[in-house]
Write a protein that binds this ligand. Structure first.
Ligand code: PMP
Length: 407
């Protein structure tokens, strides 16, 4: 394994040099969004100072270079997730947008009254609510795979939920509130045995775990740029061509059409059929730069490093009396969620913030998960490649101090 030069990696992220409340920043809210490397920040400036122009429509020079740069991203994403062709990569606004696209378009074509859609008990709200809305509209039924006290899906229950009525399975690859890595290959295999397509919410996976959509044989994959070192406002929906071709368009507007008359409009080919209107061009272009950054480090190296860090943080936090880890699955990635008896997570978050330590507190847009564990929320520390053992030590020291004040 290539050893990371962690100080060199940290130097790539300008924000890590700043102080918060007079203390060096310890950023452990990467599940919410990651910081950006200088290459990405420079690419934003470069876009506006050197090539700003609309894409896919101009004959002039600037429009061509911005279109080319935007399309480089599509091919970069294709390689990154090993899609068969770049037309299977739809550029969206983010995971939420990608899932809503599938709910709207797949839902319109294929979901009818009495059909069933399966999600899991650990989904982010963005992989619950679009399906609820669809079910309400169509008279379909939402089924939920339960999980055990460790935060692992009950695969036997899943098997018994799959039936002739099931029309789609939509589950998260990695839980944002617990860190659980789900057995997605098995989930997909079992669904395919019943001819049911599967959508994976990879918002918390793609920056930590190598993803090969062909090897997984997954039908749809959704993720956000901003959680993988790219700017906000850009994301991806991967879909198998035969499925995307069989779905109606998402929004109507420019770019998604071939011909428009007042009588009839014909729609564009993939991927443009699903990309109405001017996209977030600068963020789209920068996603390629973020993927380069990940590729240069190596996603397998990133995973190994982050796993080591998570193990370290987990063992350290277990030494603190009264801390209860929420989510102790055998396979986890980059998330340490916990509660402390008699202390509100928010109070811990506020004190840590005073010490320059950024964590997330609350329900993490996964309220049903909190309900299952009978808690209102957790404190969540979530990791990225630039975090260090020193960050963890500072966090543990801060937490110890906070608990002395609060208990
Ligand atoms: N799914 C998961 C598992 C997430 O963690 C998030 C972001 N917290 C989302 C979906 C939604 O992503 P976005 O807000 O970027 O659309």
């Amino acid at each position: 394994l290539k050893k990371f030069d962690i100080q060199k990696i940290r130097a790539d992220f300008p924000i890590l040099k700043r102080e918060v409340n007079g203390k060096p920043l310890v950023y452990l809210d990467n599940g919410a969004t990651t910081q950006k490397p200088k290459t990405v920040i420079d690419a934003i400036t470069n876009y506006y100072s050197d090539m700003n122009s609309n894409v896919h429509r101009g004959v002039h020079y600037l429009s061509q270079i911005s279109t080319d740069a935007f399309e480089v991203t599509r091919r970069k994403v294709q390689e990154f997730i090993n899609a068969r062709e770049d037309a299977e990569v739809i550029i969206t606004k983010g995971t939420t947008d990608s899932i809503n696209l599938v709910a709207a378009c797949y839902g319109k074509a294929f979901i009818h009254a009495g059909d069933e859609i399966i999600i899991s008990a650990m989904e982010h709200h963005s992989n619950i609510v679009p399906w609820q809305m669809l079910c309400e509209e169509k008279g379909a039924v939402l089924r939920v795979i339960p999980m055990n006290n460790y935060g692992e899906l009950d695969m036997d229950a899943y098997k018994s939920l799959l039936s002739e009525k099931t029309k789609l399975v939509s589950v998260t690859y990695v839980s944002n509130s617990l860190g659980t890595i789900n057995p997605v290959k098995e989930i997909i295999k079992l669904a395919h045995a019943k001819n049911v397509p599967v959508l994976l919410d990879a918002a918390q996976a793609v920056q930590h775990i190598a993803i090969d959509v062909q090897d997984l044989d997954v039908d749809f994959l959704a993720f956000s740029g901003h959680k993988m070192y790219a700017p906000t406002g850009v994301g991806v929906l991967y879909g198998k061509r035969e499925l995307l071709d069989s779905m109606p368009p998402y929004q109507g507007g420019g770019d998604m059409i071939k011909d428009v008359t007042f009588e009839k409009t014909t729609y564009n080919e993939l991927p443009f059929k699903f990309e109405a209107g001017t996209p977030n061009i600068e963020a789209g272009i920068c996603l390629a730069v973020a993927i380069d950054y990940i590729n240069d480090l190596g996603i397998e190296n990133i995973r190994a490093y982050e796993d080591e860090l998570l193990d370290y943080a987990t063992s350290k936090i277990k030494e603190i009396a009264g801390v209860k880890i929420i989510g102790e699955a055998a396979k986890k990635s980059s998330v340490l969620s916990f509660v402390v008896d008699g202390v509100h997570p928010y109070d811990i978050g506020v004190i840590l913030d005073k010490l320059g330590i950024a964590v997330r507190t609350g329900h993490h847009c996964a309220q049903p998960v909190m309900d299952l564990f009978n808690i209102s929320g957790t404190v969540r520390a979530s990791l990225a490649v630039y975090n260090t053992k020193e960050d963890i030590d500072n966090f543990i020291a801060g937490l110890t101090r906070a608990l002395k004040m609060l208990l």
